[in-house]
Design a protein around this ligand. Sequence first.
Ligand SMILES: Cc1cc2nc3c(=O)[nH]c(=O)nc-3n(C[C@H](O)[C@H](O)[C@H](O)COP(=O)(O)OP(=O)(O)OC[C@H]3O[C@@H](n4cnc5c(N)ncnc54)[C@H](O)[C@@H]3O)c2cc1C
Ligand code: SF4
Ligand code: SF4
Length: 448
Amino acid sequence: MIHLEKAGSVTIIGGGVAGIQAALEMANLGILVYLVEEKPSIGGRIIELNCSSCRLEVPMDCSICPVIPKIVECYHHPNIKILTNAEIMGISGSAGNFQLNVLKRPRFVNEDKCTGCGACTEKCPVEIFDAFNMVKGRKKAIHFPLPQAFPQVPIIDREDCLHFRSGTCEKCSEACPSAAINFNDEEMMIGIKSEAIILATGLSLFDPSRIKEYGYKRYKNVITILDLEQMTSIHGPTRGKIVRISDKKEPKSIAFIQCVGSRSRRTNNNFCSGICCMYTAKDAALVKILKPETEVYVFYIDLRVFGKGYQELFNKVRNSLGVNYIRGRPGGIWEDPETRDLIISFENTLTQRAEKLRVEMVVLSPALLPHPNNRRLAEFLGLELDEHGFFKSPNPVSQPFDTTLKGVFTCGYCRGPRGISESATQASAAAGRVTEAITLAKMGRSKA
Ligand SMILES: Cc1cc2nc3c(=O)[nH]c(=O)nc-3n(C[C@H](O)[C@H](O)[C@H](O)COP(=O)(O)OP(=O)(O)OC[C@H]3O[C@@H](n4cnc5c(N)ncnc54)[C@H](O)[C@@H]3O)c2cc1C
Ligand code: SF4
Ligand code: SF4
């Protein structure tokens, strides 16, 4: 076990936009920050999204562009130690003296040597399922986690790699010009001592296949908005082109369905995800901008488009771009077995008429839920979660970024629904609270 320790050190759990922003704020003040991320790259959800605000010509916080320089700065900052592919196994201690046990899983590729050239992935003979590439659906056993992942260093999937299964392949290693492949890489338990902890575990997506009548995973042309974000991204599998999964043709009509699994007693998620109306409008607009002749429909319960620029975006989407908004939650979707088109049945709650709509593609906007990891972290720390699974603050007005345990703070989506810019703002505030706590501790004083 390796022990990492330094006076004035903070651990941030979660390397999304909130974790990164908080890390930079404190690191720039000279505080040593450990940023622990369970995925192989930092950036969180944002690196899975498209970049579109420039294409929409509406000032809004929808894109990854402003965040990318921060991700790079964070990765190279001398006061930030990043542990990717890492899992928190236990936390003990109290404010001023927390001990965290972190399990760092092997990547089998040396991050310091790798140049991201991709020669290894080209030579790998093994193809596996790729959940982030609905169009191609395949990736290699050695692959880059995502096109926009940082660091751009591949990882070997041990379960599928022929070297680990049968000892019959070393093609990636032979192809690598930098001798970066390390089949002997091992799990490592790392002990971290920290004066404070910031939780920034972000969000998880509701699984839309739970709403059986929408046919997700049964009907090929029913996809999620995250799949569409991948397609419309210039780094994505189709380089920005929208295609149906069944025949790879460009759809002439698309229906978006908002609030899939949210604001529903049936799924036990009765809260509003807060940002789906806005990013659905953004993606509906993008479809129209990329291919204006596409018929676009959006099914909604209510429209909640608050925030800078969002009402303007919504007005543009509905009035100038001609997206059809239909009030009503569809009751079911059926597939035409010949064309693979989709027939949506719904009650238009404005006209109170039962209707049907035939489209070539359906895009579901699933509920954005608190991360399931919150429960385990809450158990380690004895923290309280609210009824949905978000971290609870002792006083939302006077101590919004504190938790029920002194020395542990929160920011971003793990506190409740919010978009990119608010997550970053909160991260700066949480970093301020930690800096204050560390400074007061050094002065021998504490704040109630
Ligand atoms: C399809 C979609 C479209 C969106 N579009 C927009 C948009 O246009 N505009 C906008 O403002 N917002 C948008 N959002 C919301 C945006 O993604 C969030 O506001 C933002 O990602 C929140 O940042 P975060 O850092 O709190 O969480 P995340 O981005 O979720 O990052 C949290 C990180 O913590 C890691 N983590 C979790 N648990 C642990 C653990 N125990 N140990 C270590 N690491 C852990 C996760 O792996 C993740 O990397 C969209 C979201 C989705 C899903
Ligand atoms: S050793 Fe494994 S990862 Fe490398 S090329 Fe062979 S199968 Fe692919
Ligand atoms: S071939 Fe080597 S240097 Fe190039 S991406 Fe693969 S591991 Fe990295």
